[in-house]
Design a binder for this molecule. Sequence first.
Ligand code: GTP
Ligand code: MG
Length: 194
Amino acid sequence: FFFSPAEFVKSATNLSMIPDNTMIPEVAFVGRSNIGKSSLINGLVNRNGLVKTSSKPGHTRMMNFFKLGDKLSLVDMPGYGWKSRDEWGGMIISYLQNRKNLKRIYILVDPSHGLKESDTQIMKLLDSSGLSYQVVLTKMDRLSKTKYSAAKAEIEAELVKGAICCFPLVLGVSSKTKDGLDELRAAIVKAGQL
Ligand code: GTP
Ligand code: MG
């Protein structure tokens, strides 16, 4: 599959700036600040430095659109917990609810920290809007296999209880070691019917 070469399309700070490429299937990455969204996009397209990352939370301030030819559009988001809820909410929620070519939303969660209230809030919103999302556990390299499995099981149990539009398979990735990236690429291909 063609996860490279990827190109930067546009940054958007308001809805009118969002690219009009609605014929291209799109997936978006959301999650708390510093969870590894931007690093994951670099990993998926195998190009470090396409998206700027930082050890300081709150690095990504705009919605950034990337594309892989005319096949797939990837969207990096500011983390929640950085912008105020209303500010994050205003533009991004409206984008999520209205984007016609948005095939799936990937919610990134740190398995060392588990699901936070900000994660469950966004899941409720997506459930009430009937939007398909899938949970991706990041920074797998930081946990032993045993700890990772236990954390994953706990998160899966919470999802079974509460989440409606959640894709049942929880994926795990490390942008550092590249573990899990192939599985996530395959999931994106399926989600986008590519
Ligand atoms: P914001 O833009 O602030 O919302 O953050 P983000 O979610 O885009 O996170 P970013 O990709 O910038 O990564 C945050 C920090 O986590 C950086 O220091 C990364 O190097 C580190 N990081 C990202 N992915 C991994 C990973 O898989 N393993 C490890 N060990 N560190 C990672
Ligand atoms: Mg970022």
